[in-house]
Ligand binder design. Structure first.
Ligand code: FAD
Length: 408
């Protein structure tokens, strides 16, 4: 569709009015034209304010959300109710239901700590892309070891639980049985940790090639680096693939149904593994780049004994801002930020840290940020999902007391 072209000369001529006595050209620029003699409708701000007045006792309150307000008869309260009901209907997410999937795409979900990680969401997003290929009709099946929240929102239509004794070989054996039964078109893994391990075991067990470390994923093509990154290898999406981190978008569309897909498999008898037990490391000794949870002190912290006690009780790895490290109050290795350590932690607890750009660069990947600061307008408070506007020296002992009570 093309827009009607405006001829500026013609519009100018249309606006010309009879000249005054001195013969000078005069124009009426009030937007009234021969075709629209009234001009644009005039706004009456008083009427607009009156219409958005909320009928409540006490102080006058106005609803300026620009929801359509019913006029003539209906009170503003009713109108607001109608508006909010309509909004509720329109904003309710519609769950995508695929009753009879044309094909299946398996997405192996690692979920460390029982929670979907960013990478897990990317794998599910990549699987969604493949399931929607060629007109759609495919369903994404999330392969999990335990119950996990948020799989539907991350794009899963089905969830298959393959409980194992925790060993990668047992998981691969259970997954192999599921693949042989359901014959998925694609099986997608993260190129990371247990998922990558399981993918390689499965590739050997099935005798099928694995297209590892996909860096570019589309519905028709997968690309990975080759010959030490001097070349690229492209192919049509094969059955077994591992996906590199940050190489696929997370699902942002309608949530999937995440309906359980029953699958019974005999527990694998893995003679090589005698016992599987996760031994947690000492958070205080973990490298900042490796840890999931960092409790960090800034210039607003003066009680460092309390800070270390709190970090130990919260099972977090202690971190600090540069100012604190420069002052020798914390070791240089604890510095978080552009010239310190860039974190990959899930959660960052910042005590008395302003949130300078160099510091914020170090926590860019942290999903959850909690800030304690006396300044409501500190950049760290803005970055945080949860903020406590209070003296850190008061918050720390209160948290220590609470944690000790819970432990006893
Ligand atoms: C090239 C370069 C590289 C840098 N790299 C880094 C880096 O890697 N990491 C880094 O951290 N910095 C880095 N910096 C320094 C950075 O710019 C800031 O100076 C530093 O991060 C500030 O640290 P801070 O927030 O702890 O201190 P401040 O800026 O002094 O902020 C203290 C905060 O604590 C709050 N506060 C005060 N009292 C209390 C209280 N009682 N309770 C609670 N809150 C309180 C204040 O409101 C304030 O927000 C770099 C700077 C340069 C120039």
């Amino acid at each position: 569709m093309t827009r009607p072209r405006i001829d500026p000369r013609a519009s100018r001529t249309e606006q010309r009015v009879a000249s005054g006595e001195n013969g000078r050209r005069r124009y009426d620029l009030s937007s009234r034209t021969a075709s629209n003699p009234i001009g644009p409708p005039r706004r009456d701000p008083r009427q607009e304010w009156a219409a958005s007045l909320i009928d409540r006792p006490g102080r006058r309150r106005y609803d300026r959300s620009q929801r359509p307000v019913a006029r003539g008869g209906a009170s503003n309260v009713e109108a607001a109710r109608v508006g909010s009901a309509a909004e509720a209907v329109s904003t309710e997410p519609t769950v995508r239901i695929i009753e009879e999937p044309a094909f299946l795409v398996f997405a192996f979900v690692d979920a460390p700590g029982g929670r979907l990680s960013r990478f897990d969401r990317q794998v599910l997003g990549g699987a969604r892309l493949l399931a929607d290929a060629g007109g759609g009709g495919g369903a994404v099946v999330a392969i999990v070891a335990e119950e996990i929240d948020g799989l539907g929102a991350a794009g899963a239509d089905r969830v298959m639980s393959l409980p194992t004794n925790g060993s990668a070989s047992a998981r691969a054996a259970a997954l192999r049985a599921a693949i042989e039964t359901h014959a998925p078109r694609h099986v997608l893994f993260a190129e990371d940790g247990d998922a990558a391990d399981c993918a390689r075991r499965l590739s050997v067990a099935l005798g099928e090639p694995l297209f590892s470390n996909v860096e570019h994923l589309t519905a028709r093509q997968v690309v990975r680096p080759n010959r030490g990154r001097r070349a690229e290898l492209a192919a049509a999406p094969p059955r077994l693939m591992t996906l590199g981190e940050d190489r696929a978008k997370m699902h942002a569309g309608a949530p999937g149904e995440a309906r359980p897909l029953e699958f019974e498999t005999a527990p694998s008898d893995d003679q090589a593994i005698l016992s599987v037990e996760i031994i947690p490391g000492d958070p205080a000794r973990l490298a900042l780049s490796e840890t999931d949870f960092v409790v960090s002190a800034g210039n607003g912290v003066t009680d460092f004994e309390g800070f270390r006690e709190l970090a130990a009780l919260m099972k977090g790895t202690p971190g600090a801002s540069r100012v604190v490290c420069d002052a020798g109050l914390m070791p240089r290795g604890a510095q978080v930020g552009a010239s310190g350590t860039v974190l990959a932690a899930d959660c960052y607890f910042a005590l008395g840290i302003s949130g300078a750009p160099q510091h914020l660069q170090g926590i860019a990947a942290c999903e959850q940020v909690i800030a304690v600061n006396t300044d409501l307008h500190a950049a760290m408070i803005e970055r945080a999902g949860l903020a406590i506007v209070q003296d850190a020296q008061l918050v720390m002992p209160a948290l220590i007391k609470l944690l000790k009570e819970r432990q006893s």
